[in-house]
Design a binder for this molecule. Structure first.
Ligand code: DAT
Ligand code: MG
Length: 153
């Protein structure tokens, strides 16, 4: 049995997803490049086709929103790349790298601003997800990387 990977619970982590549009457009490397160039460390990485159940958990705070059904459809339309990223203030840092939720309005220089646009699909296709708080990060990492455990300190 291989030893499972361990996360240092003292350090901050964010769960990043390269969404189906980003993966299909071949932007995974560009997203990873920006995260690594910023100085953050990759602690987990996988390609996964998410099902409705996983996405329902992942987007639990949006369950009552009008766009929820379309969001789950878009997010399950193809593989995503799930990444655990580590570093001091990485949650805020990744949010800053990603830019505004709406890619039309996201500032140039950000992932969404440089690489995203409105495609007229009715969905907000914005290439990446990043956790928005330590609590969400812990919940999302457990969902996408159940095999990753925290080491005792
Ligand atoms: P973020 O991904 O920037 O954290 P969020 O958590 O508010 O944004 O929303 C999650 C995703 O849902 C977002 O990346 C795209 C989609 N979304 C948000 N608002 C939407 C809207 N008004 N209509 C359609 N999709 C939306
Ligand atoms: Mg969010």
């Amino acid at each position: 049995m291989p030893t499972p990977d361990l996360l240092d619970a003292e350090k901050e982590h964010s769960l990043v997803l390269v969404k189906p549009d980003g993966f299909a457009r071949g932007l995974t490397g560009e997203v990873l490049r920006r995260i690594e160039a910023k100085g953050y460390v990759l602690k987990g990485l996988k390609i996964k086709k998410a099902n409705e159940e996983l996405l329902g958990e992942h987007y639990v705070e949006h369950k009552e929103k009008h766009f929820f059904k379309d969001l789950v459809e878009y997010m399950s339309s193809g593989p995503v790349v799930a990444i655990v990223v580590e570093g001091d203030r990485v949650i805020e840092g990744v949010r800053s790298l990603m830019g505004n939720t709406n890619p039309t309005l996201a500032a140039p220089g950000t992932i969404r601003g440089d690489l995203g646009r409105d495609w007229g699909t009715g969905n907000v296709e914005n290439i990446v997800h990043g956790s928005d708080s330590p609590l969400s990060a812990a919940r999302e990492i457990a969902l996408w990387f159940p095999e990753l455990t925290y080491k005792e300190s």
